[in-house]
Each structure stands twice: as structure tokens, then as C-alpha cells.
Design a protein around this ligand. Structure first.
Ligand code: HEC
Length: 149
């Protein structure tokens, strides 16, 4: 190494520096990515809209679901079960196989929403700010028409 031309050694040092800077930059961007990928998930902002759209039509008093999923306390009490049944696609039940056709009252929960529910449970099932969520009028009017897109 010592008898390498001076000029070449200079290049080598530069190369090592560049590699180090590269490595550091990629570590920081990776950290930033994780930080933005897992913001705090809250019931009011993230989870309630999913439950209202896909679950509360049955999971509310007077309907077929064995317990209500209208309020935070209900969802929190069943949080782990909710995460389990959505990821196994046991709930919502009795749907046509996912395919090209979309139904107006398609209750299916998206992969993103399933991940959101998982994250919510893992983070401890936060309630969140009440102002960020308004109950769907169509649901309160009754029936299974939770949402019409
Ligand atoms: C079409 C009506 C209907 C919809 C929509 C529905 N459920 Fe259910 N759910 C039921 C009924 C009926 C049961 C009880 C019978 C059973 O376990 O199959 C049940 C049971 C459950 C259980 C208990 C399962 C167990 O192992 O005992 C959970 C948890 C649940 N639902 C969560 C959800 C979630 C979360 C959604 C929305 C993503 C949802 N349900 C959508 C009707 C529904």
C-alpha cells in the first residue's frame, strides 16, 4: 500500500469518505421512514371510520353482531379480537370473493386498514382527539347502510 502512487491513495481516501457518508445518509433516511410510517394511530381518527364503515352495521345494539362496536370503550375492550378477525378475514363475514366486481355496500377492509388496526392495538389502543371524528349520519338513520360511496 505504501508504494502506491500518492495520487491513487488520495482517491482511495475519497472513496472511503464517500462510502461512509452514503452509509450514514441511508441510516438516517431509514430512521425518518420508520418515524413517518408509524405515527400514532388513534381510535377517533383512524379506527372508528373503519369500524363504522365495515363493522358497526351489525355490531351495534339490535343487530346480529354479539357486541357493539360503536364506542371507543367497546372497540378497546375487543381490540385484540378485532385485530385478529380482520387480519384472518373472518370479519366482516359472508362476502363475495374479492374480484373484479365491486359492490356498492362492499364492507371489505383493505390491507392498509388491517395494518392500521394492528398498529393501533400494538400502540396500546389510543382514543385520540374527539373532534377528529364525526359519526356517519347514514349509520345513525339505521339499517345496514353504513356508508354509500
Ligand atoms: C354482516 C354482519 C357483521 C359484520 C359486517 C361484522 N360482523 Fe363481526 N360478527 C357478526 C356476527 C353475527 C358474529 C357472531 C357469530 C360469529 O362469531 O360468527 C360476529 C363476531 C365477531 C367477533 C367475535 C369473533 C369470535 O371469535 O368470537 C369479532 C371480534 C367481530 N365480529 C369483529 C368484527 C369486525 C372488526 C368487523 C368489521 C371489520 C365485523 N365484525 C363485521 C356479524 C358481523
Amino acid at each position: 500500500m505504501s508504494d502506491l502512487p500518492k495520487k491513487f491513495r488520495g482517491h482511495l481516501v475519497l472513496l472511503v469518505c464517500a462510502a461512509t457518508v452514503g452509509a450514514i445518509t441511508s441510516i438516517t433516511t431509514a430512521q425518518e421512514k420508520t418515524a413517518t410510517a408509524s405515527p400514532q394511530i388513534t381510535f377517533n381518527r383512524d379506527i372508528a371510520p373503519i369500524l363504522y364503515r365495515s363493522c358497526a352495521g351489525c355490531h351495534r345494539p339490535g343487530e346480529s353482531g354479539p357486541f357493539s362496536l360503536l364506542a371507543y370503550a367497546d372497540a378497546k375492550a375487543h381490540a385484540r379480537q378485532i385485530a385478529a378477525v380482520t387480519s384472518s378475514r373472518f370479519m366482516p363475514p359472508w362476502l363475495p370473493e374479492p374480484g373484479a366486481l365491486r359492490f356498492a355496500d362492499d364492507l371489505r377492509v383493505s390491507e392498509d386498514d388491517i395494518a392500521r388496526i394492528q398498529a393501533w392495538v400494538q400502540q396500546g389502543g389510543w382514543r385520540g382527539m374527539p373532534v377528529t371524528f364525526r359519526r356517519s349520519r347514514s349509520l345513525l338513520k339505521g339499517g345496514r347502510s353504513v356508508s354509500r360511496m
